[in-house]
Design a binder for this molecule. Structure first.
Ligand code: C5P
Length: 227
């Protein structure tokens, strides 16, 4: 039987990718499947948490049982939904692949091929939702980030991850090694591996396994810290 160590806790998980409109029919997005975030939401609910899953674009996934799902498109929509649900939360996990940039302006009509060379797309920076969660964190609330790092040695990935954790200021950072040494792409795979780094200096290796198994290890550490 699963532990009920998240009983009564309020948890928010973001999953999938954000997509930024260029015109009424086109978006700039990414290949995040949402599988890791869905697994985190499902496992948290199984362990007794009240879960809100804020989902951007994902593969065709079954919604986890007993989880409130909020669908969003853009980064701004994800920001509003996550900060709103995060207000009463004990834990917020940002597993989403948030678009770092969006088109500076959105055409009101479908952009035509025309007879000339296409214009360049001007981009502007999106807000960092994780940074805002950290800035608004109240005592007792935990904020967990994800990071995909490429590196040819374990040490690269770990030191990039450690530096990012310090920069972001979250309580935990899950670091996935993508490409490089392992050649493994966490985005397109059913499996995942990496490290769970804690702001207290801890690091736990997350062995290659299902995204549900990795989620369970993350919740173990979070439940420990909440206790
Ligand atoms: O800096 P980097 O994008 O690698 O950080 C990844 C982490 O930050 C993830 O948890 C992601 O969900 C979050 N993030 C965010 N808002 C952004 C970009 C990333 O919350 N605009």
């Amino acid at each position: 039987a699963l532990p009920r160590d998240l009983q009564g806790r309020r948890v928010v998980v973001s999953a999938g990718g954000t997509a930024e409109p260029l015109d009424p029919v086109r978006t700039l997005g990414n290949r995040s499947s949402g599988r890791q975030g869905y697994a985190l939401a499902r496992v948290a609910a199984q362990r007794g948490a009240h879960v809100t899953l804020v989902a951007g674009s994902t593969a065709a996934l079954d919604p986890p049982a007993a989880v409130e799902v909020v669908r969003v498109g853009t980064t701004e929509e994800m920001r509003t939904a996550v900060l709103d649900a995060g207000k009463g939360a004990d834990v917020v996990v940002m597993a989403a692949a948030v678009a770092d940039f969006r088109p500076q302006s959105v055409a009101g009509f479908k952009i035509k091929k025309g007879d000339t060379e296409p214009d360049a797309i001007r981009l502007t920076r999106n807000p960092d939702i994780l940074a805002e969660l950290v800035a608004e964190r109240v005592p007792g609330r935990l904020v967990v980030g994800f990071a995909a790092e490429t590196g040819d040695a374990e040490n690269d990935v770990l030191s990039f991850g450690r530096a990012k954790l310090e920069r972001k200021g979250s309580d935990f950072l899950v670091v996935n090694a993508v490409g490089g040494r392992t050649g493994h792409n966490a985005f397109e795979s059913a499996d995942n591996e990496g490290w769970l780094l804690g702001a207290d200096g801890s690091s736990v290796q997350l062995p290659m396994g299902s995204k549900a198994a990795l989620a369970a290890r993350v919740w173990d550490a979070v439940a420990d810290r909440l206790a």
